[in-house]
Design a binder for this molecule. Structure first.
Ligand code: NDP
Length: 309
């Protein structure tokens, strides 16, 4: 069995070394040096060229190098019936939790305001915020959203989460489905988006959603740029309804140099670094699935092509 490594953004040398620690005999082909395409039974991919994966007649498994699989499913010529496994890695999740906690605490403790005060040489104390009354709303309560919600709950925040189906997580008030969204938003002072990007969630952070948040709320997006309707967020920031936004992901990436986010006084942005995949830890679920593929055992972390995640 040969494994195709197909990612322009990830280092094939590091990944090959990490894979060979666990599977020393694995035949790894780094795209575009594929050799005989009939040998390829599994492919590790990130942002592959559309149509490329249908070239491999024996392909039995697509392994996404990211937790999100929108980059795979966007391919209109994806070979039908080939299972897709997404990245589920405790190391990746831990990085996301750190970023989410840093972002929430920054707004909660008014660091954004104090940074402005410092630029103005202004010595001014703001009232200390009440943690237990600060509503944190996490959109998406999966592997990463659930871990973020629980980490924030441990600080004593009033944490709620929104998912497609009902979820029960200790310390987190659960809302779900279309009907649950409005009441969830009404109690949210700091919104954290950790949804997968699907047909149902594209553009979800739009004018209507932002208007349903209390005045002065903050928005943190660590999921995908396509979740946010940029012009609606900028209008809400300019009107003062939304007090600030921390954004890690954009559409397109890199964010064009003339985009209004770069210089918006209420926007903080980072270049899609909320969590980066570390081959040493992220290789483990991939190795496990390759072993399962070989032995015929059920594969892990499979994506439902219909729901898109
Ligand atoms: P999961 O698939 O584990 O969780 C997805 C969650 O979103 C689930 O709770 C699911 O609900 C919920 N959801 C999906 N669709 C809907 C919908 N239509 N309405 C309401 N809730 C919905 O994903 P992960 O937690 O592993 O990852 C989330 C996303 O984070 C990834 O897709 C990726 O885009 C992004 N990401 C970003 C990174 C970065 O560096 N910025 C790094 C890693 C991931 P239910 O529980 O009912 O199924």
């Amino acid at each position: 069995m040969a494994l195709l490594f197909l990612s322009k953004g990830d280092d094939p040398v590091k990944w090959s070394a990490a894979l060979r620690v666990h599977l020393p005999d694995l035949d790894i082909r780094v795209w575009p040096e594929t050799g005989n395409i009939e040998d390829i039974e599994a492919a590790m991919v990130w942002m592959h060229p559309p149509g490329e994966l249908k070239r491999y007649p024996k392909l039995r498994l697509i392994l996404s190098l990211g937790a999100g699989v929108n980059h795979v499913l966007d391919d209109p010529d994806l070979p039908p019936g080939v299972p897709i496994a997404r990245m589920v890695d405790p190391g990746l999740t831990a990085g996301m939790v750190e970023y989410a906690v840093a972002g929430v605490l920054r707004y909660h403790r008014n660091f954004d305001v104090y940074e402005r005060f410092q630029r103005e040489s202004r010595w001014k104390k703001l009232p200390t915020p009440d943690t237990a009354r600060r509503g944190i709303g996490v959109l998406g309560l999966g592997e990463i959203g659930g871990a973020c919600a629980q980490a924030l709950s441990a600080f004593g925040f009033a944490v709620a989460g929104w998912s497609r189906t009902p979820k029960s997580l200790e310390g987190v008030t659960g809302y779900f489905g279309a009907e649950g969204l409005k009441p969830f938003l009404a109690r949210t002072d700091i919104l954290l988006c950790v949804l997968p990007l699907t047909a149902a969630t594209r553009g979800i952070i739009n004018r209507e959603l932002l208007a349903a948040l209390p005045k002065g709320a903050f928005v943190i997006n660590i999921a995908r740029g396509g979740h946010v309707v940029d012009r609606d967020l900028i209008a809400s920031l300019d009107s003062g309804h939304i007090a600030g936004a921390l954004l890690d992901v954009f559409e397109p990436e890199p964010l064009p140099s003339d985009h209004p986010y770069w210089h918006h006084p209420k926007v903080t942005l980072t270049p899609h670094i909320a969590s980066l995949t570390n081959p040493e830890t992220a290789v483990l679920p991939i190795v496990e699935n390759l072993k399962r593929l070989k032995s015929g055992a059920p594969l892990l972390n499979l994506v439902d092509r219909v729901s898109g995640y």
